[in-house]
Design a protein around this ligand. Structure first.
Ligand code: DDH
Length: 289
C-alpha cells in the first residue's frame, strides 16, 4: 500500500527529481486548461495548503494535506483547487511512496520553475494527516479587505512586510474565476510566465473600479482586460508596502531572490524536517522540453 511504501522506501534526490519531471511533463502535455497551463492552480494549491499555518499554536501548514477532506476542502478560499488535486492524482499513483503533503509543495515548486520563475529550494519530510487536523475556516486572506487584514493573516504565519509584498508577486500568474472566487480576469498579459509584471502594472497602469454586478475589483483603464483585487491595490496604497512594490518593479532579480526565499519559508511552515536546511534540493527545470 501507499502507506507501507511511504514508511519503507527511502527515496533519494533522484527519486524526487523523477516526480518533478513527471509533473513538468504533465504540465507540458495538458496545455488546454485555462490560459494554457495548470501551473498557476498548482501553485495556488501549494500556497493554500501552507498558508493555514498559525505560529502561536503550530497548527496548519503544508504538513498533513488536510485540504483533501471536508470541511477544509469546502472552505470558500479553496474553491477550484480540486482541479489541481485531480491533476496530481495520477502522479501520486505513479509514485505512491510520496506523501500528498510533499507532492503538493513539490508540484508548486515545479510550477514556479517551469513557468520560468526562480529555483525554489525544497526538502521532503511532510506526513499526511487525518481529517482531525483540518484547520478552521478564515485562515487564508480575504481579497475584499485592507492592510490590517493582510498584516494579521501573514503576520500569523510569521512574515514581515517585505515578504508579504514579495509573495504577492505570485499574482503575475493565473487568473480569478467567477465560478470560484467570484472575481473575474487575469492580473497580467502573460499569466503562465513568472515575471515582476504584477508590480510594474500595479504602478504603471491607471486603475479604476470595474462597473459590474460582481465583487468590487479594479480594472485597467486602457485595455479593460486586466484586474486587481482590493488587497492587491493595498500594496500601493500602504506607505510601508509601496516601497517594496517599487523595488520589485525595477528589479526582477531582487524580486526573484525575495520570492524564492519567502516561498521556501511558506512551504516549510510547521513541518518537522529531518533533512537540514543546507541539504535542500534544487530541482533541475525542464522548461523547453
Ligand atoms: Fe492569490 N488569489 N491571493 N496568492 N493566487 C487568487 C488566485 C491566485 C489572494 C486572493 C486570490 C497569494 C495571495 C493572495 C495565487 C497565488 C498566491 C484568487 C482567484 C483570489 C481571490 C481564485 C479564483 O477565482 O480562481 C489574496 C487576497 C491574497 C493576499 O495576499 C492577500 C499568494 C501569497 C500566492 C502565492 O502563490 C505565494 C495564484 C497562482 C492564483 C491563480 C490561480 C489560478 O487558478 O489561476
Amino acid at each position: 500500500t501507499a502507506e507501507q511504501q511511504q514508511k519503507e522506501f527511502k527515496p533519494t534526490f533522484e527519486d524526487y527529481q523523477k516526480v518533478y519531471d513527471a509533473v513538468a511533463k504533465k504540465l507540458e502535455d495538458e496545455d488546454e486548461y485555462d490560459d494554457g497551463s495548470y501551473g498557476p492552480v498548482l501553485l495556488r494549491l501549494g500556497w493554500h495548503a501552507s498558508g493555514t499555518y498559525d505560529k502561536e499554536t503550530g497548527t496548519g501548514g503544508s504538513n498533513g494535506a488536510t485540504m483533501r477532506f471536508s470541511p477544509e476542502r469546502d472552505h470558500g478560499a479553496n474553491a477550484g483547487l480540486k482541479a489541481a488535486q485531480d491533476f496530481l492524482e495520477p502522479i501520486h499513483q505513479q509514485f505512491p511512496w510520496i506523501t500528498y503533503s510533499d507532492l503538493w509543495t513539490l508540484s508548486a515548486v515545479c510550477a514556479i520553475q517551469e513557468m520560468q520563475g526562480p529555483v525554489i529550494p525544497w526538502r521532503p519530510g511532510r506526513a499526511d494527516r487525518d481529517v482531525s487536523y483540518c484547520t478552521p475556516d478564515g485562515r487564508l486572506p480575504d481579497a475584499s479587505q485592507g492592510a490590517n487584514h493582510i498584516r494579521a493573516i501573514f503576520g500569523r504565519m510569521g512574515f514581515d512586510d517585505r515578504e508579504m509584498v514579495a509573495l504577492s508577486g505570485a499574482h503575475a500568474l493565473g487568473r480569478t474565476h467567477t465560478d470560484r472566487s467570484g472575481y473575474d480576469g487575469p492580473w497580467t498579459f502573460s499569466p503562465t510566465i513568472l515575471t515582476n509584471d504584477f508590480f510594474k502594472l500595479l504602478l504603471d497602469e491607471k486603475w479604476a473600479w470595474r462597473k459590474w454586478d460582481g465583487p468590487k475589483q479594479f480594472q485597467d483603464v486602457k485595455t479593460k482586460s486586466l484586474m486587481m483585487l482590493p488587497t492587491d491595490m493595498v500594496l500601493v496604497q500602504d506607505k510601508k508596502f509601496k516601497p517594496w512594490v517599487e523595488k520589485y518593479a525595477k528589479d526582477n532579480e531582487l524580486f526573484f531572490k525575495d520570492f524564492s526565499d519567502a516561498v521556501t519559508k511558506l512551504f516549510e511552515l510547521g513541518v518537522p524536517f529531518e533533512v537540514k536546511e543546507e541539504d535542500r534540493f534544487r530541482f533541475k527545470p525542464n522548461t523547453g522540453l
